[in-house]
Design a binder for this molecule. Structure first.
Ligand SMILES: CC(C)(COP(=O)(O)OP(=O)(O)OC[C@H]1O[C@@H](n2cnc3c(N)ncnc32)[C@H](O)[C@@H]1OP(=O)(O)O)[C@@H](O)C(=O)NCCC(=O)NCCS
Length: 194
């Protein structure tokens, strides 16, 4: 019998250390143990949609290779970016959410998590990044525009899910941002200063 191991209970290796002032965050892939704390983290981050704990557990296991958590000094997730490759376009990374604990905002954790995902995945063939942002979410727009400008990539936007049609008037529009191409070297490589 072929028994495929799908249980990921080992802590993942640190990928990046983000230091700022007297704070220190360890960035790494999530594992199943992160499911519950990231679900609580997302609940502290309106206007993000909360998902079921089961969905967060799937993000932390099936999508661990393409997602990142930022652990604080107490070992608690203070940041989480669940993301996945589009099933029919695997060169495209779709960023589902960016959540940073209110206590850890404005310290570069959100940007650092996105950069760490690109550092991990561009060498593995990711060339485009997509996400959706509602027009009212200025912080999220500014965060992604800063990321795109650091990597000097072009981006386009279009309405993906309409507040009225898709969400029945219960949610804002969600605009799709499509950015790239990202390469390992060349003028598109991240600029240290911007
Ligand atoms: C949006 C969010 C993820 C930003 O995380 P963060 O760690 O505080 O962001 P960073 O410190 O990495 O900021 C990087 C850049 O993003 C932009 N930015 C971040 N927060 C901002 C804000 N409140 N207003 C305007 N711009 C903002 C700035 O350009 C900033 O660069 P700067 O500090 O040099 O000006 C965080 O505020 C959050 O979790 N918000 C609630 C959930 C949400 O809306 N998520 C995004 C939708 S998926």
């Amino acid at each position: 019998m072929i028994c495929e191991q799908t249980h990921h209970s080992h802590p993942k290796q640190p990928e990046r250390v983000h230091r700022t002032g007297n704070r220190l965050f360890i960035l790494r892939q999530p594992s199943d143990r992160d499911g519950r704390p990231v679900s609580e983290l997302v609940a502290r981050c309106p206007p993000l949609d909360v998902n079921s704990l089961y969905a967060n557990l799937l993000q932390c296991t099936h999508f661990s290779d393409t997602s990142v958590v930022a652990e604080d000094e107490n070992g608690k997730p203070a940041g989480f970016v669940p993301a996945y490759r589009l099933p029919s376009l695997p060169h495209t990374l779709f960023v589902w959410q960016v959540a940073v604990d209110p206590q850890a905002r404005g310290l570069g954790v959100g940007l650092s998590m996105l950069e760490s995902l690109l550092e991990r995945l561009v060498p593995r063939g990711v060339r485009f990044l997509e996400t959706t942002i509602s027009p009212k979410n200025a912080a999220s727009q500014a965060l992604f525009l800063k990321l795109f400008s650091r990597y000097r990539v072009a981006f386009t936007t279009r309405l993906l899910f309409s507040g009225d049609d898709h969400f029945g008037g219960k949610h804002d529009d969600e605009e799709l941002y499509h950015a790239g191409p990202f390469f390992e070297s060349g003028p598109w490589k991240r600029q240290e200063k911007s």
